[in-house]
Ligand binder design. Structure first.
Ligand code: COA
Length: 179
């Protein structure tokens, strides 16, 4: 999708502030609902989140000076990004800190217009300003849109999370007793 300057000028990305807590809560609940409805993963079955808990998570992010960005399109809130700096997962690595993008959500009606790209660009500048030059994020294999978008924005898959579901003790014993 070609985006000229005129289109990019419609998008504004800014750091979130405590007055944005109701908006961030609303957007993050939409993000949660989207993932729950579309990502085929047993971890989401029955998962519920409370508005108070979502709000408390952002309050904690503000208290830790983490990255919380809000994007607007034509003056209306369009999406948000939440990220933070984490220790590198290999202690011996000369890379001591990694950027981590935890949430990125764009309202359905404003998708495909460069909002996530603008959020990612602003997040990258925030990490660079703090000396962080590697950024990671996660998405489910079934989230094809996320896979396409992140690949386009330069985030190449590096590691795969593997999962095996074990039967509970009770289930194993029942299976052993069965004739
Ligand atoms: C993923 C998401 C954040 C993308 O937001 P967006 O504002 O629509 O993305 P952009 O318009 O900035 O697109 C960025 C690039 O990805 C491409 N893209 C966007 N949506 C796409 C899709 N569904 N399939 C393929 N490519 C897509 C765009 O064409 C653009 O590429 P370009 O620079 O070559 O033109 C948005 O779809 C969303 O909120 N999804 C639900 C939440 C989610 O899954 N978040 C990701 C997990 S963290």
């Amino acid at each position: 999708m070609a985006r000229g300057r005129a289109v990019e000028d419609r998008i504004v990305v800014r750091p979130a502030e405590p007055a944005d807590l109701p908006l961030l809560t609303e957007l993050s609940l939409r993000f949660f609902d989207y993932l729950k409805a579309t990502v085929a993963d047993e971890f989401w079955e029955g998962a519920e989140t409370e508005p108070e808990r979502a709000r408390a998570d952002f309050e904690a992010a503000f208290a830790r000076d983490e990255l919380v960005l809000i994007a607007s399109l034509d003056g209306r809130s369009a999406g948000y990004l939440y990220g933070r700096i984490e220790p590198a997962y290999v202690r011996e690595s000369p890379i001591k800190a990694m950027g981590y993008i935890s949430h990125c959500f764009v309202r359905e009606e404003t998708r495909g217009q460069g909002v996530a790209a603008a959020l990612a660009l602003a997040a990258e500048a925030w990490f660079q300003d703090r000396g962080v030059t590697f950024i990671e994020l996660r998405y489910s294999l079934s989230n094809k849109a996320a896979a396409a978008v992140w690949e386009k924005l330069g985030y190449a898959p590096q590691r795969l999370t593997c999962r095996k579901k074990l039967p509970s003790r009770g289930e194993s014993e029942k299976a052993r007793r069965a004739p």
